[in-house]
Design a protein around this ligand. Structure first.
Ligand code: DGL
Length: 277
């Protein structure tokens, strides 16, 4: 096994991909990370497929300039509509968040009734649905059950999280309203198919009840990245203190403030770069 000191590159439409960074740091503490948040162009979740593909290519090019060994598309919207293009056009391995989340959902479900929530673009792409069905060989069903997927876009969740309204009456009402259609479907597993949704986990759990397993695609993705790195033998040397570098396409200060409170550590390197058109 050889040591590969190059960093892991992660991109997201903004700050939400820090949910993946947090998990990566926990699961792969020796890996350096270069993060790009496209804060000038967020949100991606309401934009067209073409636009998100173009942005995702530009983000990958940026990470490649930083000599990364692996690219993680932490953004669910990008992963839904741009992953095939990225894999086809770049030599660097690219991991998205959809396949790991879908796999964990299939492994966790017993009834086969799986819910997916995400941005409008993610849900209309049906990416999770397709990926869940691809994994149906892993399904260990209760007798007589087959897989059925129920999807719902929750476009107001992202602005609520961006506003920091993680636990408020307004947020609870919005969660209840969006999830009411899924609550009647008797699902046993729900994929949080957007970078921001893990931050609403406690409100979502209140509505869905304790019996529904919430699959956090950030956790699933970090696990997939760890497995990938271990299988290829391209880990950095263990036991070292990793460097985290952050780049954004808009003002750095807000990202730094929110990022520090979210990751619980000082972000010494947040740099605004000129990006895209
Ligand atoms: N990062 C996006 C996602 O996971 C959410 C924010 C956005 O709409 O850009 O789908």
């Amino acid at each position: 096994m050889s040591i590969d000191r190059r960093p892991i590159g992660i991109f997201d439409s903004g700050i939400g991909g820090l949910t993946v960074v947090k998990e990566l740091v926990r699961q792969l503490p020796g890996e350096d990370i270069v993060y790009f948040g496209d804060t000038a162009r967020v949100p991606y979740g309401v934009k067209s497929r073409d636009t998100v593909v173009k942005f995702s290519i530009e983000n990958t090019l940026f990470l490649l300039k930083n000599k990364v060994k692996l690219v993680i598309a932490a953004c669910n919207t990008s992963s839904s509509v741009a992953l095939t293009t990225l894999k086809r056009n770049f030599k660097v391995p690219v991991i998205g968040v959809i396949a790991p989340g879908a796999r964990d959902a299939v492994l966790s479900s017993r009834s086969g009734r799986i819910g997916v929530i995400g941005t409008s673009t993610t849900i209309s792409s049906k990416a999770y649905e397709k990926q869940i069905l691809k994994n149906k060989g892993l399904f260990k069903p209760a007798r007589g059950r087959s897989i059925k997927v129920f999807s719902r876009s929750c476009p107001l969740f992202v602005p609520l999280v961006e506003e920091g309204w993680l636990a408020s009456k307004v947020t609870d009402n919005v969660i209840r309203q969006y999830l009411s259609s899924l609550k009647n479907k008797d699902i046993d597993t729900l994929i949080l198919g957007c970078t921001h949704y893990p931050l609403l986990k406690s409100g979502i759990r209140k509505v869905m009840g304790k019996k529904v397993t919430l699959v956090d695609s950030a956790v699933s993705t970090a696990k997939a990245a760890r497995e990938f790195i271990e299988a290829r033998g391209i880990a950095n040397s263990p036991g070292r203190r990793a460097a985290l570098r952050f780049f954004v396409s808009d003002e750095a200060q807000r990202f730094k403030k929110v990022g520090e409170s979210f990751l619980g550590r000082r972000l010494s390197s947040v740099v605004r770069v000129k990006h895209g058109i």
